[in-house]
Design a binder for this molecule. Structure first.
Ligand code: 5GP
Length: 142
C-alpha cells in the first residue's frame, strides 16, 4: 500500500488551506459536509492523524472516529429528521476510495428516498450552509 500523501484534499482542509462546511471538531477528529452529498446532511468524519485509511490508522484514532461518527449519526436523526443512517467507509482504489485520508461517510436517509450516485452533483452553498448550521447546533448540544 502507498504511504500517506499529505497533499490530498482532506489534508488541505485539515490544515485550513481549503474551506469546508464544518459541523464538529475536537482535538482528534473533524466532521464536515460532503460537497457532493448522496443525501442531505451527508457528512465525512476524519481523524486528524495522517492515516490513509482503515489499513494504517491507529486503533485509538479509529475508535475516536467511530465515536464521532455515532454523534454525527444521532445529530442527523434529530436535527435533520432522518429516518435512518447509512455509514460507509472505503479503502484503496479497488475498495472505492477516492480521497486518501481516512474518512467515514455518515449519510442521513429518508424513507423511500434512494441515495444519489457517488460524487454526482455539487450541492448549492446556501443549502450546505443551512444544513451545517443545523447539524453543528445539534452536535454542540450533544
Ligand atoms: P471516497 O470514495 O474517497 O470515500 O469519497 C470521497 C468523498 O469526498 C466523495 O463523497 C466526494 O463527494 C467528497 N469530496 C470530494 N472532494 C471534496 C471536497 O473538496 N470537499 C468535500 N467536503 N468533499 C469532497
Amino acid at each position: 500500500m502507498p504511504s500517506y500523501d499529505s497533499n490530498n484534499i482532506f489534508a488541505k482542509i485539515l490544515r485550513g488551506e481549503l474551506p469546508c462546511y464544518k459541523v464538529y471538531e475536537d482535538d482528534k477528529a473533524i466532521a464536515f459536509l460532503d460537497i457532493m452529498p448522496r443525501a442531505p446532511g451527508h457528512t465525512l468524519v476524519l481523524p486528524k492523524a495522517p492515516a490513509r485509511n482503515l489499513l494504517d490508522i491507529g486503533a485509538d484514532d479509529l475508535a475516536h472516529v467511530a465515536r464521532v461518527a455515532q454523534k454525527v449519526a444521532k445529530a442527523g436523526m434529530t436535527a435533520l429528521g432522518a429516518d435512518g443512517i447509512t455509514v460507509q467507509q472505503f479503502n484503496e482504489g479497488p475498495g472505492g476510495q477516492v480521497v486518501f485520508h481516512l474518512h467515514v461517510h455518515v449519510i442521513p436517509r429518508k424513507s423511500g428516498v434512494p441515495m444519489k450516485p457517488p460524487a454526482s452533483e455539487k450541492e448549492k452553498p446556501d443549502v450546505l450552509a443551512d444544513i451545517a448550521k443545523k447539524l453543528s447546533a445539534a452536535l454542540a448540544a450533544s
